[in-house]
Design a protein around this ligand. Structure first.
Ligand code: HEM
Length: 125
């Protein structure tokens, strides 16, 4: 389980980079009037899927219950909200399927990123 926590800790950087990159790309593609293509955004949101899945495993099998309120409730709750925001953005963007979709996907990534940054235990690097 210690290894999984280390992986969870490292994957955080991947998630942050993917969401920041996705937000920037969404904005760029919107401004450049590029047609919607979900591919690279899907990869971005999948990093959040994977991180949340790892988190759930740790939460269930680790000694998480003896942890603080932050790790038992706040951290998982915020991260689930962050995943839902990014996933909803992808759904809306894909349904619209136009240039503005880039803005919706990128915007949802930015909001998701803000929620994640707020809920990361930054004292554990
Ligand atoms: C994007 C989503 C997430 C990010 C970026 C993230 C990030 C982190 C980081 C950086 C740590 C500290 C690791 C360390 O001690 O070195 C941590 C710990 C933890 N996370 Fe997450 N997490 C996410 C989602 C979740 C979810 C959804 C859950 C549970 C459902 C969860 C459960 C936990 C638990 C229980 C710990 C404490 C592990 C321990 O020290 O025993 N995480 N998380």
């Amino acid at each position: 389980m210690e290894t999984l926590v280390t992986v969870h800790s490292l994957v955080r950087w991947l998630v942050l980079a993917a969401l920041l990159g996705g937000a920037a790309l969404g904005w760029y593609r919107y401004r450049a009037e590029v047609a919607w293509e979900s591919g690279v955004f899907q990869i971005g949101v999948m990093t959040v899927d994977i991180q949340v899945a790892i988190g759930v495993v740790i939460w269930i099998f680790d000694d998480g219950w003896s942890e603080t309120f932050f790790f038992k409730v706040l951290h998982p709750g915020f991260m689930l909200v962050a995943l839902i925001v990014a996933r909803l953005g992808m759904v809306v963007a894909t349904r619209r399927n136009d240039v503005r979709s880039n803005l919706y996907a990128g915007g949802s990534f930015l909001v998701s990123l803000a929620v994640i940054v707020a809920a990361i235990p930054w004292d554990r690097l």
